[in-house]
Structures are given as structure tokens and as C-alpha cells.
Design a protein around this ligand. Structure first.
Ligand SMILES: Cc1cc2nc3c(=O)[nH]c(=O)nc-3n(C[C@H](O)[C@H](O)[C@H](O)COP(=O)(O)OP(=O)(O)OC[C@H]3O[C@@H](n4cnc5c(N)ncnc54)[C@H](O)[C@@H]3O)c2cc1C
Length: 512
């Protein structure tokens, strides 16, 4: 009988816990693992050195964790089919196991090539689900129940060791410079599976208390949000692990305040997959408007000067600029401020979401294509179905940074501007500007556009379009295909029997 040699192909699932392909590999005669650093990824317009840096650090930890379990992890640079072909010549694997991926255009194209290659090479490629995204979904009805069932299913526990019959060289991992990438200069969240589990634990036990209150301000969100997004994006934690740990934390919360707060968080985990499902169902939304009636709305109006000012945090609107500078330095920003940045770019500056979205994709360490492109379009008014939200940057400064701490932290030019003027420093007269050591137009830019006039123009255009018969008809179709439905599910913490303290096994030794 021919030996069954299996190759586990790691992609955006850089963990050993709750990893279905790894567990399935245990049933084979011998197994090895692969991560491919694909030039298509490195050269894609949404890839940044910070993403690669994070992944390389995760791979270092993963390689050590797999070695303990007897599985070598090969890390090779090249196009997927090219690397698979070469490896197949070296070790003649018979099976390929991986997780499903809902990725951008280039990874979708790569998957089609791998399917064809596997067929031609007689390799059995098995893909496993890892999120709530359903492939070849016919209808959104019942989607929430399917998500729930998947997330409640038992975790995949790795009980046992692998046998690696072949020994291959495992050269040191490449570096950013050996891959031809520049240093990114960002201060990133800690990478790897251990850090991910630690982040989850600290959120569910301590930081999550104020989640609902902390969400909106960039000051409180830094600590009060879970900060799990890069870990979910690169798979150092599975969504099922986060969901199950959250349900247990809600059920066993020492007081109602924590349970209430965590319920708000639990609902957002489903949003993650809800948005990814949109890209799975309609891959074109990465490039085209959801509502095609919006085609032509912004395409010919792109103003490079506005775009540079926005990218560099020099729009003259302190809250916008502080958010952008903070994002560039850390790779993360809370939801409300992301929405404000996009609203400002799309409505005030009338920039097309594709270019601004690519810039933000590079800045967000947690870039997740399905969420990202859906949100970019939602905040730009091109889905045709969502309420139009146009944020006022001065109101957001007053609401979310009432003492000006965030603005002063990220815009040192404004450090001495009196608080009443901090959200709108151009309102200072000349003598005040002298006293504050900040001359508008010299030390800090004048507003690139007039807030009120820009918003009025955007409203006229957007509402004018929305009222057309064509827009209304198309909205119905978009809603039917992508809109959320009432889930009908009971609240978090009441769905599963969470009263009993979980055994380490049932929890997959979650906080080990
Ligand atoms: C224009 C724009 C682009 C965005 N791009 C991304 C992206 O590329 N990757 C990404 O993970 N999130 C994206 N988001 C959603 C959201 O801002 C982040 O998920 C969140 O800020 C991450 O921080 P956290 O993990 O601390 O979130 P928490 O508030 O602690 O939420 C926990 C998790 O729930 C999910 N979640 C929370 N809010 C949302 C939401 N509104 N939509 C979908 N899922 C959500 C995420 O997986 C998140 O990690 C985007 C939002 C906007 C407005």
C-alpha cells in the first residue's frame, strides 16, 4: 500500500489550537507543514511590511510549537503552485490539508490554480472551515443559526504526535530586508498564539468590564476593546475559541456588569463573519461598488492633493489628523474613528474608497479583506442599503476627546492650543495663535476643505442619487443578497449550558 504523506498548508491560521487540518493530519502515516511567502501577497497593493513582520514572528513561534509535536514547518518563498510542485518532487506528498480562505482577488486566483494543479498531480486537497463563512451560500436566511452551530461545535484538540518520515532542511526564516521590504516603523501588538491567548484572557477577565463605554473613544478603546483583530486576521486564535471562551466568561461572570459588557462584544464576533460572507458571495466588492448605480459617482473626481493631506494626517482637522497619525504609528484604530476617517475621505474630500481603502489596508495590522472592503463601502455610501453616516470631525473631537488628550498626544504642534479651540484651531485669532505657538497655515495646516460646504455638497449628491427609482430597485437586490436577517437567537450566555465550570479539555486548555 502506498504511504499517505500529508502536507498541512498554513495560511491565515498560524496556530496549533483548534486547527482542523492539523488534527486531521494525525491520521496520516507522516506529515509535514508548509507556509508559502507568496510574491503575489508581498507585491499586492494592500500588503505592508508590518503584516509580513507580524507573520514572520508568528511563524517563528509556530515552528517551535510544531517541532515539539514532531512536525517540521517549511517556510518557502515563491508562488504557491511553484512551491508545491518543487516540494512534491522532493517528498511526494499525497494529501494537502488547509483551511478555507476568503481572501482578496489574488488569493482567489491562486486557489483556482492550486485546484487545477492538485487535479493534474493527483493530490487530494481537503479544505476545512475556520470561520462562519459558508461557501456557495444560496441564501442569507438561516445564516446566523449556521454560524452559531459552527461556533458551538467542539474545538479541534491536538492529541498526539506526528511522525515525520522525511527530514528536510529548515533554513532560518527570511527577514524583511531579505524579502526586499523596508522597515515599517510601526509599534505593533505582540504577535503569536501565546500573545493572542493572553490578550483574550486579559480582555475577558479584566479589560472587558468597560467594553461598551470604551468602544467609541480612541483613548479608552486602546485598552477597553479586545485588540483581538490581528489575531483573528492571521488566525493565531480561531473565531470558535474566542466565541466559546466568551460564552463561558458571560455565563460565569462574577457580576452583571461584566456579563452585560461581554454580550456587546459577543455580538460583534458574528459581524466579523457576516462581513466576510459578503466578499465570499461577491468577490468583486473589492473593486466595484455594491450598488452599481453609484458607478461614476467619485471615479473621475480624485484630488491627489486632498489624498496626500489625508494620508499624511495634514488635513487641518485635528481629530482626523490625530487618528491618522496614531494609526500609522500603531497599526490599529477603533471602529468609530476608522469610520470617521473614511467618512471624511469619502464625503468631505470626495475621494474614491478604493484608493483610500488600499492605503488603510496597509496601515491596519488586522487587514481582513471581507470586513475591510464591506466597511469601506458602507462608510462611503456605496452599498445602497445602509444609512448614510457623515461624521463631523469637530463634533467627534468634542465627544470622543473632550479634554483634548488624544489630539495633543498625536499632534504636538497643537500642544499649547487652548482646549476650546483644539477641535477647530483655525478659529483662533492671530494673537492667540502666537501665544499658542501655532500659526495656522505655517505650523499646522488650514482645513483642506470647508466642513459645512463639503458636507452639503456630499449630501446633495448622495441623497439625490438614493432617491432615484434605479437606486431603490437595486437596493432591494443588494439587501436580498447581503443584508443581515433577524437572527432569532437567544442572547449570548443563554445559548449554551455555561453554568458548569468548563473542564480544561472541553475548553481546549484555553488559557494554558
Ligand atoms: C473602514 C473600516 C475598515 C475596517 N477594516 C477592518 C479590517 O480590515 N479588519 C478587521 O478586523 N476589522 C476591520 N474593521 C472593523 C473594526 O473597526 C475592527 O474589527 C475593530 O476596530 C478591531 O479592534 P478589536 O479587535 O479591539 O475590536 P473589538 O471591538 O474588540 O471586536 C472584536 C472583534 O469583533 C469583530 N468586529 C468588531 N467590530 C466589527 C465591525 N464593525 N465589523 C466587523 N467585525 C467587527 C472583529 O473581528 C474584532 O476583532 C473596519 C472598520 C471600518 C470602519
Amino acid at each position: 500500500m502506498t504511504a499517505r504523506r500529508v502536507l498541512v498548508w498554513f495560511k491565515r491560521d498560524l496556530r496549533v489550537h483548534d486547527h482542523a487540518p492539523l488534527v486531521a493530519a494525525l491520521a496520516h502515516d507522516d506529515a509535514l507543514a508548509l507556509f508559502v511567502i507568496e510574491p503575489e501577497w508581498l507585491h499586492s497593493p494592500e500588503c505592508d511590511g508590518s503584516h509580513v513582520d507580524f507573520v514572520l514572528a508568528c511563524l517563528t513561534e509556530l515552528r517551535a510549537a510544531l517541532a515539539v509535536r514532531g512536525m517540521p514547518l517549511l517556510v518557502r518563498v515563491g508562488s504557491a503552485v511553484q512551491v508545491l510542485t518543487q516540494l512534491h518532487n522532493e517528498v511526494a506528498f499525497t494529501h494537502l490539508l488547509s483551511h478555507e480562505e476568503t481572501g482578496p482577488g489574488w488569493s482567489y486566483g491562486r486557489d483556482l490554480q492550486v485546484v487545477a494543479w492538485c487535479k493534474a498531480s493527483r493530490i487530494a486537497w481537503q479544505e476545512f472551515t475556520q470561520t462562519g463563512v459558508v461557501r456557495r451560500l444560496r441564501s442569507r436566511s438561516g445564516w446566523a443559526q449556521r454560524w452559531q452551530a459552527r461556533m458551538d461545535a467542539p474545538l479541534h484538540l491536538l492529541d498526539g504526535k506526528f511522525v515525520a518520515a522525511v527530514t528536510l532542511d529548515q533554513p532560518a526564516l527570511p527577514t524583511l530586508s531579505s524579502l526586499g521590504l523596508m522597515p515599517h516603523g510601526k509599534k505593533l501588538q505582540p504577535p503569536g498564539e501565546k500573545a493572542a491567548r493572553q490578550t483574550l484572557k486579559s480582555f475577558l477577565q479584566v479589560r472587558g468590564y468597560d467594553y461598551r463605554k470604551a468602544l467609541s473613544s480612541p483613548l479608552s478603546a486602546e485598552e477597553g476593546c479586545s485588540r483581538l483583530s490581528p489575531h483573528l486576521a492571521f488566525g493565531t486564535l480561531s473565531m470558535r475559541t474566542v466565541h466559546q471562551a466568551t460564552e463561558v466568561a458571560i455565563g460565569s461572570a462574577p457580576d452583571r456588569a461584566l456579563a452585560y459588557s461581554l454580550r456587546g462584544f459577543a455580538g460583534r464576533l458574528r459581524w466579523h463573519c457576516h462581513f466576510m460572507q459578503k466578499l465570499e458571495d461577491e468577490p468583486n466588492i473589492e473593486f466595484h461598488n455594491f450598488a452599481r448605480v453609484c458607478d461614476g459617482l467619485r471615479e473621475n473626481d480624485f484630488n491627489d492633493h486632498y489624498f496626500s493631506a489625508w494620508c499624511e494626517g495634514r488635513t487641518g482637522y485635528p481629530m482626523v489628523d490625530a487618528c491618522m497619525r496614531s494609526l500609522i504609528a500603531t497599526g490599529w484604530l477603533n471602529f468609530r474613528m476608522r469610520a470617521m476617517l473614511v467618512s471624511f475621505a469619502s464625503y468631505h474630500l470626495w475621494l474614491h474608497w478604493r484608493q483610500t481603502g488600499l492605503f488603510l489596508a496597509r496601515q491596519f495590522l488586522d487587514y481582513e479583506p471581507g470586513i475591510h472592503w464591506s466597511q469601506m463601502q458602507m462608510q462611503s455610501g456605496t452599498t445602497g442599503i445602509n444609512t448614510l453616516r457623515m461624521y463631523s470631525p469637530t463634533k467627534q473631537a468634542q465627544d470622543q476627546d473632550p479634554e483634548g488628550l488624544f489630539i495633543r498626544r498625536w499632534i504636538p504642534e497643537l500642544a499649547r492650543v487652548p482646549l476650546p479651540y483644539l477641535a477647530a484651531p483655525w478659529k483662533m485669532d492671530e494673537s492667540l495663535q502666537h501665544m499658542a505657538g501655532c500659526m495656522i497655515g505655517v505650523d499646522y495646516p488650514r482645513p483642506v476643505v470647508d466642513d459645512k460646504a463639503a458636507i452639503k455638497a456630499a449630501k446633495d449628491r448622495m441623497y439625490g442619487l438614493r432617491q432615484t427609482q434605479e437606486a431603490r430597485e437595486e437596493a432591494g437586490a443588494v439587501q436580498a443578497r447581503h443584508g443581515s436577517r433577524k437572527s432569532g437567537l437567544p442572547p449570548s450566555g443563554q445559548r449554551r449550558k455555561v453554568e458548569e465550570p468548563p473542564t480544561p479539555r472541553a475548553q481546549g486548555d484555553l488559557f494554558a
